[in-house]
Design a protein around this ligand. Structure first.
Ligand SMILES: NC(=O)c1ccc[n+]([C@@H]2O[C@H](COP(=O)([O-])OP(=O)(O)OC[C@H]3O[C@@H](n4cnc5c(N)ncnc54)[C@H](OP(=O)(O)O)[C@@H]3O)[C@@H](O)[C@H]2O)c1
Length: 255
């Protein structure tokens, strides 16, 4: 039985854990506060789920999803993750994570920074450009005509193929966006980021301004609820990835 480990079990982690269980996998969840704090989530997910420490979740996973704020990336258990295929959902938001000069200047990408810390792990950026509510809304079985595609990026071709096979089981097609140094193509506020998965998107500026206002006024969540989502086919995602300009922190509305 395949096992998916999770470091970070919030909105994205639990959304992916549900899909993994539906696909017949076991899941091992972890967070910063310890396994006890995940008792209710584990009870809701059922007998295929258990909670552990980040190190244990890393060791147990055939793949490990890392889904935490960027500000905590240096606390990821690099030794336990060595040799693993790690799916990195992390986005950089200075209002939450603090400013990181090498990211603000565009000298590197968020996932390259995380990969530098995770020596020996094979990082694949994935699931960072879709809102948490659109994950269950758009997951479809393999072969469905209205399947949605997600971008992936990584430096290890075998790890990328392995991550793509996992994501296929979870309910999505993938489009290879290249190595990690190309993963800026689906970082925040680029063209493929979040909005193409909306059924009724606002203009990007208006959308991010509304999210920015909600976040800075203390309202929780970054994705306005109630949008049912719209399938994004692979050919359209490929075009969006190819055509997007790079969006540095200073160019963003939400930062
Ligand atoms: N929400 C979205 O729609 C969305 C979409 C795509 C990508 N993302 C990105 O994916 C990441 C997770 O987002 P989210 O919305 O799921 O966040 P979230 O709901 O706030 O959950 C964050 C999780 O990370 C855990 N965590 C924090 N520090 C940790 C540490 N040092 N070790 C282990 N676990 C730690 C938290 O555990 P505790 O609660 O115990 O601290 C929590 O389980 C972020 O980088 C976000 O930008 C989010």
């Amino acid at each position: 039985m395949a096992t998916l480990g999770f470091i970070g079990s919030g909105s994205i982690g639990t959304a992916l854990a549900r899909l993994a269980i539906a696909a017949g996998m076991d899941v091992v969840l972890s967070n910063s506060r310890g396994p006890q704090s995940l008792a209710q989530t584990v009870a809701e997910l059922g007998e295929r789920a258990r909670a552990a420490t980040p190190g244990e979740a890393a060791r147990a996973g055939d793949w490990v999803v890392v889904s935490i704020p960027l500000s905590a990336y240096r606390q990821l258990p690099a030794t336990a993750l060595a040799g693993k295929v790690v799916l990195d959902t992390i986005n950089y938001y200075p209002f939450r994570d603090g400013n990181v000069e090498v990211l603000d200047s565009g000298r590197t990408t968020t996932s390259e920074l995380v990969q530098q810390h995770l020596t020996g792990a094979k990082l694949v950026k994935a699931f960072n450009n879709i809102g948490d509510l659109h994950i269950p809304a758009l997951a479809r079985p393999a072969g469905a005509a209205d399947r949605t595609a997600l971008p992936i990026a990584g430096d290890d071709p075998e790890a990328k193929a392995s991550a793509a096979a996992l994501i296929d089981q979870l309910g999505f097609d993938t489009v290879d966006a290249g190595p990690l140094n190309e993963s800026w193509r689906f970082e925040p506020e680029t063209t493929p980021y979040v909005l193409p998965y909306f059924a009724a998107p606002a203009t990007p500026k208006a959308f991010w301004a509304a999210v920015s206002e909600a976040v800075h006024s203390g309202e929780h969540g970054q994705t306005p609820p109630k949008d049912p989502g719209a399938p994004l086919p692979g050919h359209r995602l490929r075009t969006l990835l190819a055509e997007t300009p790079r969006v540095l922190t200073a160019d963003r509305v939400l930062r």
